[in-house]
Write a protein that binds this ligand. Structure first.
Ligand SMILES: [Zn+2]
Ligand SMILES: [Zn+2]
Length: 308
């Protein structure tokens, strides 16, 4: 599972920092989290296939999170055989897409399935054979949701010794057991998967939370995530500014992630006030609040490997 941090800035694209967006690539599919102005540029720079783009999840309808969507939809329409695309977002995202399509006379040659979050809809938003995408309401100046991409549980470890003892010879029958099917041994005994498989193994979980003030609602979203991208618009000490603008400081973001048990934390949606030269200072600030944290850098790839 690869997570490309396409941009790490907030409010407006800057020469040194693009707008916050993450592309998660898994099993040949791409799940794009937010699509602000110009997101298609880093998307191309990272050589992420447009055909693989399977889902776009928009956190909220602020320009810095959604204005890149029309261009991305048009770019995808340049392929003759792009498959269906799912778009998740807050109420009104469907209208935004249909208006922009009509106003710009966009020719889209693939089906788009738009799904809007509704009050009380926290939890499962989308599911395919490889992942589940969950959404949780956050607290911002407008309706905003965070997303969590969970790789589905993998079957437990296969006990080859047990299989042989039960009379299942090495070969295609092993594959069937690993795939969850019962098999019959050459001597006629029936062997079920639970006799040779360990407990299911947890998949990899990635969380994405921007824009929000500090809120207990972050906890279920970030809970035990292997990797989390969390906004921190301001440095620690600027809690007043953060509260007014409904954003977080580094200490608030890192504190919430630590409380939730986030293993690796990347801070994103940095204010345009921070030049590249400030990053070192922000990193020192962050390290006081979380054991494995870094300030997001555009173009950085985070590879989540299986640990078992
Ligand atoms: Zn924003
Ligand atoms: Zn916003």
């Amino acid at each position: 599972m690869q997570c490309y941090l396409l941009g790490s800035g907030g409010m407006m694209p800057m020469p040194h920092r693009r707008l916050t967006s993450v592309a998660v690539r898994h099993e040949g599919r791409v799940y794009l989290l937010d699509c602000g102005e110009g997101t298609q540029v880093p998307y191309k720079e990272q050589h992420i296939g447009m055909r693989d783009l399977n889902l776009v999840a928009i956190s909220h309808k602020h320009a810095d999170h959604v204005l890149g969507l029309p261009g991305m939809l048009m770019l995808r329409a340049q392929m003759p055989d792009a498959g269906p695309l799912t778009i998740l977002g807050t109420p009104g995202i469907r209208r935004f897409i249909s208006n922009v399509r009509a106003d710009l006379g966009m020719h889209i040659n693939y089906p788009i399935d738009v799904c809007e979050w509704k009050p009380g809809a926290d939890g499962l938003a989308y599911e395919d054979e490889h992942v589940r995408v969950l959404w949780y309401e956050l607290e911002h100046t407008v309706r905003c949701v965070g997303y969590r991409i969970e790789e589905k549980e993998r079957p437990g470890r296969f006990d080859a010794e047990a299989a042989v003892k039960l009379g299942v010879p090495r070969g295609p029958l092993w594959g069937k057991l690993q795939g969850g099917q019962e098999v019959q041994t050459p001597s006629g005994d029936v062997v079920s998967p639970d006799q040779v498989l360990g407990p299911p193994r947890r998949g990899r979980h990635v969380a994405y939370a921007t824009d929000t003030r500090v809120t207990p609602k972050l906890q279920p979203l970030l809970k035990d995530a292997d990797l989390a991208f969390v906004e921190s618009m301001f440095e620690s000490g600027m809690e007043q500014d953060a509260a007014e603008k409904r954003h977080m400081t580094i200490s608030q973001a890192a504190g919430a992630a630590r409380e939730a048990g986030v293993k690796k934390l990347v801070l994103v949606h940095l204010s345009p006030r921070y030049e590249s030269s400030s990053i070192k200072r922000l990193a020192v600030d962050a390290q006081d609040h979380h054991p494995d944290v870094r300030i997001g850098r555009d173009g950085k790839l985070f590879e989540l490997r299986l640990t078992d």
